[in-house]
Structures are given as structure tokens and as C-alpha cells.
Design a protein around this ligand. Structure first.
Ligand SMILES: [Zn+2]
Ligand SMILES: [Zn+2]
Length: 312
């Protein structure tokens, strides 16, 4: 049996770490979500691309809903690879709690293209050509968004570009635009050179390293705000998203409305902001405790190795 002998210093470090965790939970306030109107519409902050632990994400569907609350999102879509079920689970949880609004979704994922399907109830199969995927989404009155349309996907996407409802213009690759294969500028070109207008979408493609709501879409919705009102707004391209320099992409009338009466989206970067002094202090104590635990373990291992009887 393992012997549990913890030194007083180690117990203090554990207690400090526990205080940090406790502080993080108790002080975890969510930002205010004031009611905002522009150009006669209700303005919502949305993120329409997030993954869960169902595949290669980290949070559960319920966790995504809770994190969306913390990130001040009004509407979120869970878009798991090739299944709509996690988003339906998230929607049920959001409806039973205090939101935010969840719009169902899926990322139809193949080697040739990725398509975000929003507002669907049944899974759209990836085992068909892109035309079939788009038709299946539209047959459910859903919205088809070209996911991260970088040049790698253009051979499939370009012939069908005008059949999409929208395209992602902002994405976390805008924050690490170093790879030749995944260049953010390709996404901008895909959107701006479309021969028919597309809705402009900013999405965080949240898995675990980036931040949910890092890139956001402002959706201009007719009230009352419902899931179908959001879908209608996306279908009518009533969206605006901003790049890192604050340049707006989207419906020209809405961009003009934001120019005459500016609107600054809520926290939307990698920075952590403690909600209060207590929060910051307790988190600092927690980090010190974790550091102490690691240092004490390393020291104990060194001592054990030194004291072990040497083989003769
Ligand atoms: Zn993708
Ligand atoms: Zn994705």
C-alpha cells in the first residue's frame, strides 16, 4: 500500500492551490450582456464554431454553454465534427438554465472541405460531394458557412462559393498567420471576391488552446430573439465581424450604422481579466501553491534518490 506522508509545507501548498481553485469558482462572474440596438435590430454577439470533448475539443456541451456565459456571448453554436447531437444536448441545457441562446450545429468535416451547418436538427453526412452537403443543409432550412476557407480547401469550395450563406472571415489563424497552408489572408480573399454577397462570420473554432469568443460575429436580429430569428438574420447576411485592426466586414448598411454609432464587442482576446481584487489575490495564491507543490515533489524525489541503497 502507498504510504501517505505529506510534509506540513506540502499541505500548505495544497491549501494554497485549493484557495486558488475556490477563488476562481466563487469569483467567476460573467460579463453583463446589455440589450443593444442598431439600425432597428437587436445586436447579439455570437460564436458559431465550437468543438467539444465528443471529438477533439476539451469541454462538454454543457461546459461550452457555461463558458459562453463567462465570455459574454449572447448566442453560441456547438459544431461538432459530423454530428449534431452535442449541440442539441447543449441547447437543452441552455434552455433549462439561463442561456445563452444555443443554435444547433455541426461541422461537416472531410479532407476536401469543412462546412459549418447551423440551425439543423439532423446530422448531415460528410460522405457526399459538397453540393450534396449544401443541399442537405438547406433542405433543413439551415445555414451553410464556409469554415476557415483557406487556399487548401479552395479547389472544392470555390466552384460552390456563391451557394454558401456565409463564410468565416475572422478565425484564430488571424492570430498566428505564419503558416503558408493556413493563411488568414486567404479567408479574406475568399469572402471579398465572392460574386454574390456572403454573410461575414467571425468564429473561434474553439477546441482548447484558443479562447471561446476570441473571434465574434455581431448578428442583427429582429425581436423577439429566438433561435429561428438568429437563423433568419444569418440567412439575410445581417452580420458584421471585425478583424484585429478593427476593420469591419459585413453588410454595408449595418457597418455604416456601427460607424455612426460605434459598438465595441465584449472581451475578445487572449487576455485574462480577474473580476475583482479578491479573485486576483486568490488566483495568485493558487499559482504559488501549485508551484510549491511541484518544487516540493521534485525535492522529495531528489532526496529519495540520494538515500536509496546503492547496488553493490
Ligand atoms: Zn474545420
Ligand atoms: Zn472546427
Amino acid at each position: 500500500m502507498m504510504r501517505l506522508a505529506l510534509s506540513p509545507a506540502y499541505l500548505v501548498a495544497i491549501a494554497m492551490f485549493g484557495a486558488g481553485v475556490f477563488g476562481g469558482v466563487v469569483c467567476d462572474e460573467r460579463p453583463e450582456r446589455p440589450v443593444v440596438h442598431r439600425a432597428g435590430y437587436r445586436v447579439l454577439e455570437g460564436d458559431f464554431h465550437a468543438h467539444t470533448g465528443w471529438s477533439d475539443g476539451s469541454l462538454s456541451p454543457l461546459g461550452i454553454v457555461r463558458q459562453a456565459n463567462r465570455r459574454g456571448l449572447d448566442v453560441v453554436s456547438i459544431t461538432e465534427h459530423n454530428t449534431v447531437w452535442p449541440s442539441r444536448l447543449g441547447r437543452a441545457y441552455a434552455n433549462a438554465t439561463s442561456g445563452p441562446l444555443v443554435v444547433t450545429g455541426e461541422e461537416v468535416t472531410t479532407a476536401r472541405f469543412h462546412v459549418i451547418a447551423i440551425g439543423i436538427e439532423s446530422t448531415v453526412s460528410p460522405d457526399q460531394p459538397l453540393d450534396g452537403v449544401l443541399a442537405a443543409i438547406h433542405a433543413q432550412h439551415g445555414i451553410a458557412i464556409a469554415a476557415h476557407p483557406v487556399r487548401h480547401f479552395w479547389p472544392s469550395l470555390l466552384p460552390a462559393r456563391e451557394s454558401f450563406d456565409a463564410a468565416e472571415v475572422m478565425h484564430p489563424i488571424a492570430y498566428s498567420d505564419r503558416s503558408a497552408a493556413w493563411r488568414w489572408s486567404d479567408m479574406v480573399t475568399f469572402y471579398t471576391e465572392a460574386r454574390a454577397p456572403l454573410g461575414a462570420i467571425g468564429s473561434s473554432d474553439y477546441h482548447w488552446m484558443s479562447v471561446l469568443g476570441l473571434c465574434r460575429t455581431l448578428v442583427f436580429v429582429r425581436e423577439p430573439v429566438t433561435e429561428s430569428a438568429v437563423i433568419d438574420a444569418l440567412r439575410e447576411h445581417h452580420t458584421v465581424t471585425f478583424d484585429r485592426e478593427g476593420n469591419a466586414f459585413g453588410d454595408e448598411t449595418l457597418v455604416a450604422a456601427l460607424r455612426s454609432e460605434p459598438y465595441v464587442p465584449r472581451t475578445s482576446d487572449y487576455a485574462y481579466r480577474g473580476s475583482s481584487t479578491v479573485d486576483r489575490v486568490l488566483r495568485t495564491i493558487g499559482w504559488l501553491g501549485l508551484t510549491g507543490m511541484l518544487l516540493l515533489r521534485a525535492r522529495k524525489r531528489r532526496v529519495n534518490e540520494r538515500d536509496e541503497p546503492q547496488p553493490k
